[in-house]
Write a protein that binds this ligand. Structure first.
Ligand SMILES: Nc1ncnc2c1ncn2[C@@H]1O[C@H](COP(=O)(O)OP(=O)(O)OP(=O)(O)O)[C@@H](O)[C@H]1O
Length: 285
């Protein structure tokens, strides 16, 4: 059973579509990188999957149940604005969140907070650093023992050490419980460390969806003389050019023509290529 599926999902705010005709199925046990430029629709998609926003068209299902404005008991969502009760201490917050959830593991929360460098249970939530706040919020999300964890930019505002700790918490969760994770982020090198599946959206539409290794193997970067660009076959995603040299991202893994060097892209150059294409489309619209 797929933890999350979308069928022709769209969300319109007034006259503008934030998400448009999105269809995908997230396989169980995957760690999914949800990427795309600012305003691509990532948060809207996650908020719809968590039942906080209703789609204008189409349907989202979590564990084969229509979302319908309610979060599934097996799903936890970390919102971008980490909306926790700021006047409570960490200890009080833990009790309050436990009381709100039918299924709750205090041990799991303790375990996760124990992985972090010195979380002070008596500190007021509002006084925590951005990193500690995110980590406490993730611990609360894991206390529900989710089978699907939706994380909206869990790594933003974190210093490198806090980012590393947060990634370790997520990896430990996946290793211990096989939890499926969908996480949005702009930090591609961090995503590469933990993710095995990519969902790239742009302008509210799915551009790339699949196993990261397979997706990378389906693309090629070709570098060669600008003057001979017409000899290159295949679907061009985007290009950068100097006076003499062109660097092309192609959607198919075809052999490089003579005089061109072909390599498989890494995740960063693949996503950058799609973001570049998106910016060019927008500026020529
Ligand atoms: N509540 C809202 N009312 C009106 N427009 C909205 C609302 N929420 C999002 N939007 C618009 O929908 C589009 C998609 O926004 P969304 O926040 O989902 O993108 P995102 O990919 O998460 O962006 P970012 O990477 O900057 O966080 C944007 O144009 C945004 O301005």
């Amino acid at each position: 059973m797929n933890p999350l599926t979308a069928t022709a999902v769209g969300k319109r705010y007034r006259t503008r579509w934030a998400v448009r005709d999105c269809s995908f199925a997230i396989p169980e046990g995957k760690v999914v990188a949800l990427v795309g430029p600012n305003g691509a629709g990532k948060s809207t998609l996650l908020r719809m999957a968590a039942g906080l926003v209703r789609p204008t068209t189409g349907e989202l299902r979590t564990f084969d149940t229509p979302v319908n404005g309610r979060i599934h008991p097996d799903v936890s969502f970390l919102a971008q604005n980490r909306s926790l009760y700021r006047d409570l201490t960490v200890r009080e917050l833990t009790r309050a969140v436990a009381a709100m959830n039918d299924r709750w593991s205090a041990d799991r929360v303790r375990e996760v907070l124990g992985l972090l460098a010195g979380v002070d249970y008596d500190a007021k939530v509002g006084t925590l650093s951005a990193g500690a706040l995110t980590q406490v919020a993730i611990a609360m999300a894991l206390g529900r023992l989710p089978r699907l964890l939706l994380l909206d930019e869990p790594l933003s505002d974190l210093d490198p050490l806090a980012r590393d700790e947060t990634l370790r918490i997520i990896m430990t969760e996946v290793a211990d419980r096989g939890t499926t994770v969908v996480m949005s982020s702009h930090l591609l090198s961090d995503l590469r460390e933990v993710c095995d599946h990519i969902l790239l959206i742009d302008g509210g539409r799915v551009q790339v969806d699949g196993d990261i290794e397979e997706v990378l193997a389906r693309h090629r970067i070709l570098v060669g003389p600008v003057a001979e660009e017409s000899t290159v076959e295949g679907t061009l995603v985007s290009a950068t050019r100097t006076e003499r040299q062109a660097t092309l991202l192609l959607r198919e893994a075809r052999p490089a023509p003579e005089g061109w060097a072909g390599t498989e892209p890494d995740l960063e150059s693949l996503v950058m290529g799609y973001l570049r294409a998106s910016r060019e489309r927008r500026s020529s619209a």
